[in-house]
Design a protein around this ligand. Structure first.
Ligand code: CUA
Length: 173
C-alpha cells in the first residue's frame, strides 16, 4: 500500500519535472526583454521562499508536539505492566519476564555501564520492537503481545567481547 502510494507520487513528480522542462525548452525559442522577467521572478522567488519556510515551521511545530509518536493511550483501569530493564555487560536484569497475550507492557530500559541495544524478537527471529539502553537515561518501549510464545531479547549494539552472548528470553502465555 505505502509502496503503491510512493510509486504514484514519484510518477506524478517525474511527470511534473518533464512538463517543466518541456515548457522551458518550448519557451526558450521566444526572444524577450530580460530585465522585467528578472524582476518578476525575483519577486516570485521571495514569495516562494517565505511560503516554504512558514509552511515548514508550522509542520515542524505541529509534529514535534506529538512526540513521542508511539505513546499509547490506556483506557481507565487498563494500566500497563511496567517492566524495569537494566542492561549490563553482558546480560539483562528484568523485573518481570512472563506476560499474557493482550496485556499492555511498558519496558523501561536503561543501562548500568555502556550503551546497549534492547531488541525483542519473536519465535521466527523477526524483530518486533527495539530501543537503546543508555546509562543514566530511560527509554520506553510500548508493546502488547498478540501471540503467545517464547520471545528473545538480544543486544543490538556492540558492547564488548561477549556482546553476542548478551541475550535472554521472555514468555508470553
Ligand atoms: Cu550489550 Cu551488545
Amino acid at each position: 500500500m505505502v509502496q503503491t502510494v510512493a510509486w504514484i507520487v514519484s510518477l506524478f513528480f517525474m511527470l511534473m519535472v518533464v512538463a517543466v522542462f518541456s515548457f522551458v525548452a518550448w519557451k526558450s525559442k521566444e526572444k524577450r526583454e530580460y530585465e522585467p522577467i528578472k524582476k518578476k521572478w525575483y519577486k516570485a522567488r521571495t514569495f516562494y521562499g517565505i511560503t516554504l519556510v512558514s509552511l515548514m515551521l508550522i509542520i515542524t511545530i505541529y509534529t514535534l508536539r506529538e512526540l513521542p509518536y508511539n505513546q499509547p493511550v490506556y483506557g481507565a483501569g487498563n494500566d500497563p505492566t511496567i517492566v524495569d530493564v537494566e542492561a549490563l555487560q553482558f546480560g539483562w536484569n528484568m523485573s518481570q519476564t512472563e506476560f499474557s497475550v493482550g496485556e499492555p507492557v511498558e519496558f523501561h530500559v536503561t543501562s548500568k555501564d555502556v550503551n546497549h541495544g534492547f531488541g525483542i524478537y519473536d519465535e521466527e527471529m523477526n524483530m518486533i520492537a527495539q530501543t537503546q539502553a543508555m546509562p543514566d537515561y530511560t527509554n520506553k518501549v510500548y508493546i502488547t503481545f498478540d501471540e503467545p510464545g517464547t520471545y528473545e531479547i538480544l543486544c543490538l549494539e556492540y558492547c564488548g567481547t561477549a556482546h553476542h552472548l548478551m541475550k535472554t528470553k521472555i514468555e508470553v502465555k
